[in-house]
Ligand binder design. Structure first.
Ligand SMILES: [Zn+2]
Length: 260
């Protein structure tokens, strides 16, 4: 059976198919992650020209079949191309990481309005911001964990609820328990088998990120290179710990080679 459906979607993966077509992976509002073919999309005069590029937000008419996971795009309107993301290497890197994470972590055809809204807001913020763009990505990672039921807690001991974040010395090491999703106070820290240790200063920054509703609220927090590296690794390792399917991002490897 085939139904004709309309949805907004982000293009999160594009590949050539045959002489002139494209197969795209979309993160759509109504169906979550969905794969579709756009026949003839690479011909210069195609109705899909300039429409199905990476990061673009589009409105689609799809012939959606119940018997296959590859559907047919019959029409496409470009809502927003996000040119400024593609033109800036740093923004391009984090936007690629964002969509690669969604691609690897999310199952096909499971609608998730919260995740679609988060992606839309995050891409919009990537587009308009010029400095500290990493903060937006970290905010995205934290909210992504929350949507999937793995909220981060950066304030209170995950076992006894004692506040740990109010201590003074920011270089103090705090044990974080990934399985409980929170730090442990000095009395409780021995319960964790493989402790993950993090500086109190980092925990305080992460707490500001977690309590911000929108990434733009924390855009002025300036992080040095060491803290940026630590925070990204910490947030990503936590998601990998909880969500199967997430692997080391290819984008991470490619950009590491570029920088080295
Ligand atoms: Zn405790």
């Amino acid at each position: 059976m085939t139904e004709i459906v309309k949805t907004e979607a982000f293009v999160i993966k594009v590949r050539k198919y045959g002489e002139s077509s494209k197969i795209v992976c979309l993160y759509s509002e109504k169906f979550g992650k969905i794969n579709a073919i756009a026949k003839g999309a690479r011909k210069p005069k195609s109705k899909f020209a300039n429409c199905l590029d990476l990061f673009s937000l589009v409105s689609l008419i799809i012939y959606k079949k119940t018997t296959t996971h590859l559907h047919l795009i019959s029409d496409c309107d470009l809502i927003k191309p996000y040119y400024r993301i593609a033109e800036n290497l740093k923004k391009y890197e984090i936007a690629l990481k964002t969509i690669e994470l969604i691609y690897s972590a999310v199952h096909d055809e499971e609608e998730n309005q919260q995740l679609f809204n988060l992606l839309k807001k995050t891409m919009q913020n990537y587009e308009v911001v010029s400095n500290n763009v990493n903060n937006l990505y970290f905010h995205f990672l934290i909210k992504f964990g929350e949507i999937f039921g793995y909220a981060y807690n950066f304030q209170k001991c995950a076992k006894c609820n004692k506040v740990v974040i109010d201590q003074e010395i920011s270089t103090q090491k705090i044990v974080y328990d990934f399985s409980r999703g929170g730090p442990l106070c000095s009395k409780c820290e021995s319960i964790v088998f493989q402790p993950r240790v993090v500086d109190l200063g980092i925990l305080k920054i992460l707490n500001k990120f977690e309590t911000a509703v929108d990434g733009l609220e924390i855009i002025n927090i300036k992080l040095n290179a060491v803290d940026t590296f630590e925070i990204e690794k910490f947030l990503f390792d936590y998601l990998r710990f909880h969500i199967s399917g997430i692997k080391e991002l290819k984008t991470q490897k490619i950009f590491k080679k570029i920088k080295d």
